[in-house]
Write a protein that binds this ligand. Structure first.
Ligand code: HEM
Length: 172
């Protein structure tokens, strides 16, 4: 029962996070870059992606660790099968993608608050209220976050392929 609950929470969180990342990169980034989307809307989308990243960033490793404990102990099993490799890839992709989203939104925030410390950023993210005046433009913010968001979207796609391989029954 607990394992089933962990699977459900894990899959829901993974879907929400990868979906949100792909949506922000596909639907809001190009529109912020060409000025069709206002900067408040773009900043709000980025901030909300950061919040989804942080909430799922608790649920995914906790449920994932529990699933590893139930399905892959002794831990040698992780290195000894194709499924184990897929799980290790999942863990690594999650770590890198998390860092990219955090750094991408931090780059945007630093354009407004150059001296913002890590603690304040962790507590606040990039709320729309932090914007003031007319600078930076949406295009400038999009240019700053573009490499991070595109790389995150690429990793989200890889994560979905990885999850699909596990779901499709890669042999143990
Ligand atoms: C801390 C990071 C993560 C860990 C430790 C982890 C671990 C695991 C483990 C152990 C399984 C069960 C594998 C099996 O059935 O043999 C699993 C399944 C799954 N994971 Fe993750 N995972 C992580 C992150 C993610 C992320 C970011 C996604 C986003 C797509 C994701 C999506 C899935 C899905 C959809 C399944 C179900 C696959 C199936 O049907 O068997 N996981 N994960």
């Amino acid at each position: 029962m607990l394992l089933t609950t962990a699977f459900v929470l894990h899959v829901v969180s993974g879907a929400l996070w990868t979906g949100a990342t792909l949506y922000v990169a596909y639907a809001t980034l190009p529109r912020a870059a060409d000025g069709t989307l206002g900067r408040a809307a773009f900043v709000d989308a980025a901030h909300r992606l950061l919040m989804v990243t942080r909430w799922t960033g608790v649920v995914l490793p906790v449920t994932g660790a529990y699933m590893i404990w139930r399905l892959y102990t002794p831990l040698d099993l992780l290195a000894a099968s194709a499924r184990g490799w897929a799980v290790l890839a999942m863990l690594s992709l999650w770590g890198v993608m998390n860092g990219l989203v955090e750094l991408g939104v931090l780059r945007m925030r630093r354009e407004v608050d150059p001296d913002i410390g890590w603690g304040t950023y962790m507590a606040e993210g990039f709320p729309v209220d932090a914007l003031g005046g007319d600078e930076p433009t949406a295009a400038r913010l999009a240019a700053l976050s573009r490499p991070y968001l595109l790389a995150s979207a690429g990793l989200a796609a890889l994560l979905l392929v990885d999850a699909g391989l596990l779901a499709g029954g890669v042999p143990a």
